[in-house]
Design a protein around this ligand. Structure first.
Ligand code: C5P
Length: 238
Protein backbone atom coordinates (compact mmCIF):
# COMPACT_ATOMS: atom_id res chain seq x y z
CA UNK A 1 0.00 0.00 0.00
CA UNK A 2 2.85 2.39 0.75
CA UNK A 3 6.61 2.32 0.94
CA UNK A 4 8.90 4.95 2.52
CA UNK A 5 10.22 7.78 0.32
CA UNK A 6 13.80 6.50 0.76
CA UNK A 7 12.88 3.23 -0.94
CA UNK A 8 11.09 5.03 -3.76
CA UNK A 9 14.22 7.13 -4.31
CA UNK A 10 16.56 4.13 -4.16
CA UNK A 11 14.90 0.87 -5.21
CA UNK A 12 17.88 -1.36 -4.30
CA UNK A 13 17.07 -3.84 -1.52
CA UNK A 14 20.06 -5.78 -0.21
CA UNK A 15 19.35 -9.26 1.12
CA UNK A 16 21.27 -9.90 4.34
CA UNK A 17 21.61 -13.64 3.73
CA UNK A 18 24.20 -14.17 6.48
CA UNK A 19 24.16 -16.11 9.75
CA UNK A 20 25.39 -13.74 12.41
CA UNK A 21 24.12 -10.52 13.88
CA UNK A 22 27.62 -9.03 13.73
CA UNK A 23 28.00 -9.70 10.02
CA UNK A 24 24.47 -8.39 9.30
CA UNK A 25 25.02 -5.18 11.25
CA UNK A 26 28.44 -4.64 9.66
CA UNK A 27 26.82 -4.85 6.22
CA UNK A 28 24.08 -2.44 7.32
CA UNK A 29 26.66 0.03 8.56
CA UNK A 30 28.74 -0.32 5.41
CA UNK A 31 25.84 -0.05 2.96
CA UNK A 32 23.01 1.93 4.55
CA UNK A 33 23.64 5.06 2.47
CA UNK A 34 23.72 2.95 -0.72
CA UNK A 35 20.47 1.02 -0.42
CA UNK A 36 16.73 1.64 -0.08
CA UNK A 37 16.07 -1.22 2.36
CA UNK A 38 17.61 -4.36 3.87
CA UNK A 39 15.95 -7.74 3.64
CA UNK A 40 16.24 -10.32 6.39
CA UNK A 41 14.88 -13.82 6.33
CA UNK A 42 14.47 -16.88 8.57
CA UNK A 43 18.18 -17.57 8.99
CA UNK A 44 18.60 -14.32 10.96
CA UNK A 45 15.06 -13.96 12.31
CA UNK A 46 15.15 -17.42 13.95
CA UNK A 47 18.44 -16.60 15.63
CA UNK A 48 17.94 -13.01 16.69
CA UNK A 49 14.26 -12.16 16.16
CA UNK A 50 12.72 -8.84 16.97
CA UNK A 51 15.83 -7.20 18.41
CA UNK A 52 17.73 -7.48 15.13
CA UNK A 53 14.79 -6.13 13.10
CA UNK A 54 14.68 -3.18 15.51
CA UNK A 55 18.42 -2.55 15.30
CA UNK A 56 18.38 -2.50 11.50
CA UNK A 57 15.14 -0.49 11.35
CA UNK A 58 16.92 2.27 13.26
CA UNK A 59 19.16 2.72 10.20
CA UNK A 60 17.09 1.75 7.15
CA UNK A 61 13.72 0.23 6.23
CA UNK A 62 13.59 -3.51 6.92
CA UNK A 63 12.01 -6.11 4.69
CA UNK A 64 11.10 -9.25 6.67
CA UNK A 65 11.16 -12.08 4.13
CA UNK A 66 9.71 -15.10 5.91
CA UNK A 67 7.17 -15.87 3.16
CA UNK A 68 4.29 -16.67 5.51
CA UNK A 69 1.93 -19.38 4.22
CA UNK A 70 -0.63 -20.51 6.78
CA UNK A 71 -4.27 -20.19 7.80
CA UNK A 72 -5.58 -16.61 7.60
CA UNK A 73 -5.53 -15.81 11.34
CA UNK A 74 -1.96 -17.07 11.76
CA UNK A 75 -0.77 -15.10 8.73
CA UNK A 76 -2.41 -11.92 10.02
CA UNK A 77 -0.81 -12.39 13.45
CA UNK A 78 2.62 -13.08 11.93
CA UNK A 79 2.48 -10.01 9.68
CA UNK A 80 1.32 -7.85 12.61
CA UNK A 81 4.20 -9.16 14.75
CA UNK A 82 6.68 -8.27 11.98
CA UNK A 83 5.22 -4.77 11.75
CA UNK A 84 5.42 -4.36 15.53
CA UNK A 85 9.09 -5.30 15.49
CA UNK A 86 9.78 -2.53 12.95
CA UNK A 87 9.40 -4.16 9.51
CA UNK A 88 8.31 -1.98 6.59
CA UNK A 89 7.90 -4.76 4.01
CA UNK A 90 6.78 -8.34 4.72
CA UNK A 91 6.35 -11.31 2.38
CA UNK A 92 3.48 -13.79 2.34
CA UNK A 93 2.70 -16.49 -0.25
CA UNK A 94 0.00 -15.49 -2.74
CA UNK A 95 -0.92 -19.20 -2.82
CA UNK A 96 -2.35 -18.84 0.70
CA UNK A 97 -5.55 -17.86 -1.11
CA UNK A 98 -8.25 -15.24 -1.28
CA UNK A 99 -9.51 -15.36 2.30
CA UNK A 100 -6.05 -14.90 3.83
CA UNK A 101 -5.08 -12.19 1.32
CA UNK A 102 -8.31 -10.24 1.92
CA UNK A 103 -7.70 -10.31 5.69
CA UNK A 104 -4.14 -9.15 5.08
CA UNK A 105 -5.38 -6.30 2.87
CA UNK A 106 -7.51 -5.06 5.79
CA UNK A 107 -4.53 -5.32 8.12
CA UNK A 108 -2.25 -3.47 5.68
CA UNK A 109 -4.76 -0.63 5.43
CA UNK A 110 -4.99 -0.22 9.18
CA UNK A 111 -1.21 -0.45 9.76
CA UNK A 112 -0.66 2.28 7.16
CA UNK A 113 -2.48 4.69 9.47
CA UNK A 114 0.63 4.39 11.63
CA UNK A 115 3.49 4.41 9.09
CA UNK A 116 4.20 3.21 5.52
CA UNK A 117 3.89 -0.57 5.36
CA UNK A 118 3.69 -2.89 2.37
CA UNK A 119 2.76 -6.56 2.21
CA UNK A 120 4.41 -8.37 -0.71
CA UNK A 121 2.83 -11.50 -2.14
CA UNK A 122 5.32 -14.06 -3.44
CA UNK A 123 4.09 -15.56 -6.69
CA UNK A 124 6.56 -18.23 -7.86
CA UNK A 125 10.05 -18.52 -6.40
CA UNK A 126 12.71 -17.30 -8.80
CA UNK A 127 14.67 -20.51 -8.19
CA UNK A 128 11.98 -22.52 -10.02
CA UNK A 129 12.37 -23.37 -13.68
CA UNK A 130 9.71 -25.27 -15.70
CA UNK A 131 11.66 -28.50 -14.99
CA UNK A 132 11.89 -28.00 -11.23
CA UNK A 133 8.28 -26.92 -10.63
CA UNK A 134 6.54 -29.22 -8.12
CA UNK A 135 4.48 -31.81 -10.10
CA UNK A 136 1.20 -30.38 -8.77
CA UNK A 137 2.02 -27.04 -10.43
CA UNK A 138 3.18 -28.42 -13.79
CA UNK A 139 -0.21 -28.07 -15.51
CA UNK A 140 0.46 -24.37 -16.25
CA UNK A 141 3.55 -22.40 -17.23
CA UNK A 142 5.28 -20.26 -14.60
CA UNK A 143 4.05 -17.13 -16.40
CA UNK A 144 0.44 -18.34 -16.32
CA UNK A 145 0.72 -19.17 -12.60
CA UNK A 146 2.15 -15.73 -11.87
CA UNK A 147 -0.57 -13.97 -13.86
CA UNK A 148 -3.37 -15.81 -12.09
CA UNK A 149 -1.80 -15.30 -8.65
CA UNK A 150 -1.37 -11.58 -9.43
CA UNK A 151 -5.09 -11.37 -10.30
CA UNK A 152 -5.90 -13.04 -6.99
CA UNK A 153 -3.70 -10.52 -5.15
CA UNK A 154 -5.41 -7.59 -6.90
CA UNK A 155 -8.93 -8.95 -6.27
CA UNK A 156 -8.07 -9.37 -2.59
CA UNK A 157 -7.12 -5.69 -2.27
CA UNK A 158 -3.33 -6.03 -2.01
CA UNK A 159 -0.84 -4.39 -4.37
CA UNK A 160 2.60 -5.80 -3.50
CA UNK A 161 4.03 -8.65 -5.57
CA UNK A 162 7.34 -10.51 -5.73
CA UNK A 163 8.05 -11.85 -9.21
CA UNK A 164 11.04 -12.61 -11.40
CA UNK A 165 12.19 -10.31 -14.19
CA UNK A 166 10.61 -12.60 -16.76
CA UNK A 167 7.08 -11.94 -15.47
CA UNK A 168 7.38 -8.15 -15.18
CA UNK A 169 6.14 -7.67 -18.72
CA UNK A 170 2.82 -9.32 -17.79
CA UNK A 171 2.31 -7.37 -14.56
CA UNK A 172 3.60 -3.87 -15.27
CA UNK A 173 1.19 -0.92 -15.60
CA UNK A 174 -1.50 -2.45 -13.37
CA UNK A 175 -0.82 -0.50 -10.17
CA UNK A 176 1.25 -3.23 -8.50
CA UNK A 177 4.35 -2.56 -6.39
CA UNK A 178 6.64 -5.12 -8.07
CA UNK A 179 9.69 -6.43 -6.22
CA UNK A 180 12.09 -8.50 -8.31
CA UNK A 181 14.82 -10.82 -6.97
CA UNK A 182 17.15 -12.81 -9.20
CA UNK A 183 18.95 -9.64 -10.33
CA UNK A 184 22.48 -9.93 -11.72
CA UNK A 185 25.04 -7.76 -13.51
CA UNK A 186 26.34 -9.38 -16.72
CA UNK A 187 29.40 -11.24 -15.35
CA UNK A 188 27.93 -12.33 -12.02
CA UNK A 189 27.06 -15.92 -11.13
CA UNK A 190 23.35 -16.82 -11.09
CA UNK A 191 23.81 -19.34 -8.25
CA UNK A 192 20.56 -21.27 -7.75
CA UNK A 193 18.49 -18.55 -9.43
CA UNK A 194 17.01 -19.71 -12.76
CA UNK A 195 15.12 -16.63 -13.94
CA UNK A 196 17.66 -13.79 -13.72
CA UNK A 197 17.74 -10.28 -15.26
CA UNK A 198 19.94 -7.16 -15.15
CA UNK A 199 18.92 -4.23 -12.90
CA UNK A 200 18.37 -1.65 -15.67
CA UNK A 201 16.33 -4.08 -17.74
CA UNK A 202 14.17 -5.07 -14.75
CA UNK A 203 13.42 -1.42 -13.93
CA UNK A 204 12.67 -0.68 -17.58
CA UNK A 205 10.20 -3.57 -17.58
CA UNK A 206 8.33 -2.17 -14.59
CA UNK A 207 10.07 -3.40 -11.42
CA UNK A 208 9.46 -1.04 -8.48
CA UNK A 209 12.35 -2.44 -6.40
CA UNK A 210 15.16 -4.96 -6.88
CA UNK A 211 16.49 -7.54 -4.42
CA UNK A 212 20.17 -8.43 -4.61
CA UNK A 213 21.97 -10.55 -2.01
CA UNK A 214 24.99 -12.73 -2.89
CA UNK A 215 26.52 -10.51 -5.61
CA UNK A 216 26.78 -7.71 -3.03
CA UNK A 217 27.20 -9.39 0.35
CA UNK A 218 29.71 -11.99 -0.87
CA UNK A 219 31.76 -9.46 -2.87
CA UNK A 220 35.29 -8.73 -1.65
CA UNK A 221 34.14 -5.12 -1.42
CA UNK A 222 30.36 -5.05 -0.81
CA UNK A 223 30.25 -1.24 -0.95
CA UNK A 224 31.84 -1.20 -4.39
CA UNK A 225 29.48 -3.94 -5.56
CA UNK A 226 26.45 -1.97 -4.31
CA UNK A 227 27.76 1.13 -6.07
CA UNK A 228 27.92 -0.79 -9.35
CA UNK A 229 24.22 -1.58 -8.95
CA UNK A 230 23.49 2.05 -8.00
CA UNK A 231 25.14 3.25 -11.23
CA UNK A 232 22.97 0.92 -13.32
CA UNK A 233 19.85 1.97 -11.41
CA UNK A 234 20.61 5.68 -11.80
CA UNK A 235 21.12 5.25 -15.54
CA UNK A 236 17.65 3.81 -15.79
CA UNK A 237 16.07 6.47 -13.56
CA UNK A 238 17.39 9.38 -15.70
O1 C5P B 1 21.69 -13.99 -3.65
P1 C5P B 1 20.48 -13.61 -4.45
O2 C5P B 1 20.58 -12.22 -5.05
O3 C5P B 1 20.11 -14.66 -5.46
O4 C5P B 1 19.30 -13.57 -3.36
C1 C5P B 1 17.97 -13.27 -3.67
C2 C5P B 1 17.18 -13.13 -2.40
O5 C5P B 1 15.82 -12.93 -2.74
C3 C5P B 1 17.24 -14.34 -1.48
O6 C5P B 1 17.25 -13.84 -0.13
C4 C5P B 1 15.95 -15.08 -1.75
O7 C5P B 1 15.45 -15.74 -0.60
C5 C5P B 1 15.01 -13.94 -2.14
N1 C5P B 1 13.88 -14.31 -3.00
C6 C5P B 1 14.03 -14.92 -4.22
N2 C5P B 1 12.94 -15.28 -4.97
C7 C5P B 1 11.70 -14.99 -4.55
C8 C5P B 1 11.52 -14.34 -3.31
C9 C5P B 1 12.64 -14.00 -2.58
O8 C5P B 1 15.16 -15.15 -4.65
N3 C5P B 1 10.66 -15.27 -5.31
Amino acid sequence: MAVPKSLKANPLIVGLDVDTRERALRLVQELSDQVGAFKIGPRLIHRYGESLVRDIAGQAPVFVDCKFFDIPSTMVAAVKASFDSGATLVTVHAQAGREALAELAKLEKSLNQDRPFQILCVTMLTSFSPETLPPVLKSQSIREHVKSLANLVKDSGLTGIVCSGEELVDLQGQGFYLVTPGIRLPLEKAGDQKRVMGPAEALAQGASALVVARPIIEATNPRKAAQEYAVEILKQQK
